[in-house]
Design a protein around this ligand. Sequence first.
Ligand SMILES: Cc1ncc(COP(=O)(O)O)c(C=O)c1O
Length: 206
Amino acid sequence: MVEINIPKDLLPLDGRFGCGPSKVRTEQLAAFNTEGAKLIGTSHRQAPVKNLVKRVQDGLMDLFHNPNGYEIVLGNGGSTAFWDVAAFSLAEGKSQLLVHGEFGAKFATSLSAPWLEKPTVVQAEAGSRSELRAEAGISAYAYPQNETSTGVVTPVKRVPGADSGALFFTDATSAAGGIDFDPYETDVYYFARRRTLQVMVVFGLL
Ligand SMILES: Cc1ncc(COP(=O)(O)O)c(C=O)c1O
């Protein structure tokens, strides 16, 4: 076996990376203690909290090109919590999932819940990228935009020939804000900020 030694001068100064565990700047922590403290312990029904949520929603909508009819939904929990949301409330019947590593496989397990039909899993060989394909009777297609465990990036595209009304779920956990996309090419684009505050963001035609 070849031992790989990365030269010290090529190593990042901080080993943490964007998709987590994220580095949180000391300024952010300080702001949490000052600006954040003004909101903590106040009612989520009052204007200061609602205004902040609105500002986050508007900013994200702008980042994602303001598509008509799409909404930003913020929730508690990580992307894993969204998989349960999808299994309970969005997916019906049979799904098709693209699996390029650990996280795509986990979503495939969620969409194999007993009240759903056994999904079609398109599994790519390590070191390669595969494609979703049109299949009659599929009501939801799902894939990670960036499979964090293997680094495989999949373009955000609908599947030509898919049944009309089929939903597309894009796991953007380690891609959102880093890889641009056309929002009209998906229905639900979800991610959660990495290991800081677990706020789930779901963006889609809801
Ligand atoms: C692509 C991808 N999907 C889902 C998850 C799970 O996210 P969470 O830890 O927010 O549940 C991760 C976590 O790293 C991920 O990288």
